[in-house]
Ligand binder design. Sequence first.
Ligand SMILES: *Cc1c(COP(=O)(O)O)cnc(C)c1O
Length: 394
Amino acid sequence: MNHEMMDKTFVLNTYARNYVNFKHGINATLFDENGRDYIDFTSGIGVVSVGHGNQRLADAISEQARNLIHTSNLYFIEPQAKLAQKINELVGFEVGVFFGNSGAEANEGAIKLARKYGEKKFDNKKYKILTLEHSFHGRTLTTVKATGQESFHKSFFEPYPEGFAYVKTIDELYDAVDDATVAVMLELVQGEGGVKAFEKQAIQKLAAFLKEKEVLLIIDEVQSGVFRSGEFLATSLYDIEPDIITLAKGLAGGVPIGAVITKHKDIFEAGDHGSTFGGNFLSTRAGLEALDILVGYKESGMLDEALIYFEQKLRSLLESFPTLFESVEGLGLMRGVRCRSADILASIIAKAFENGVLVLKAGKNTLRFLPPLTISKEEIDEGFKRLTSACKTL
Ligand SMILES: *Cc1c(COP(=O)(O)O)cnc(C)c1O
């Protein structure tokens, strides 16, 4: 049976897959079963933050796996406590951390925390969560409901949990906040929705308004977090102190993990929330090593160099192909190039693959880039060379 047949026979059909068979990777370069190489501008959708085949991460994981992988949250887990401490240090204000296994699970935790806050702090319970159009918050029933894209709310999954409402723009949030509203949840840079970074001033003004109204601000940094923006949190670039922040994708370099981070340490009590796998030895040891690598990368100036260089390359791509592209979007190494049509985008992604460079789609017409944060100058050069060849064929 060939690979495609095997996959289609035994794996449920939820993804439109490409049947390339990757065997190994080195930093931002992947190799398939025929030894062909590809420059990876996707890092597994923003997950492989420290690159493929990272020796330090692999050593940490294998050492941890030989000692202990999992004991459950009934007992102290040293790397979990250390990772929470490290996150505290990097966030810059005092927070408590809960660990889960994914972005959706982190957002679920954030929503549960907000709901309990809404019960505990007010005479009349507040429960409503406002989110934005084009947002993406996950695939569980609750987080898909929180996602402000109608196309995700398939009728066959109904009924969905109640207590969510959407607005089109940040400005519309001011009128949408009512007596039942407990929180506003948003991405500072919308990822899946089309790589859109919000204005700093608009976010700061909103944060001040919500604080005054005693409405929680939940920032979904599942994609923008863990140095993807150039800082540990995009939140720092916006100079705000949200009530709750969620992380996942890049936090453990590819080992599944999610985190709810909050200033409100007194809301949850033992038994309120939990996870069997969340925060186990393996994922938190991986998280500690990934953060150590990334902090070193940031402090050496190499991360800033990479993101400046990447941006230059994007701008010259835009200049070279004005008939294909209209703008460069996003920040740090969370980038998009807006294409002039959805058809152009689809052709570029296919041609890029043929030319040995992996890129992503976001929204309807955005070519999306989420390279490993450790990508080298040579890999950036090679990736853009291949992408330019692909664009020339259109
Ligand atoms: C990817 C993503 C999620 C969902 O994460 P999963 O790990 O797939 O559950 C949630 N929010 C944002 C902003 C994301 O980019």
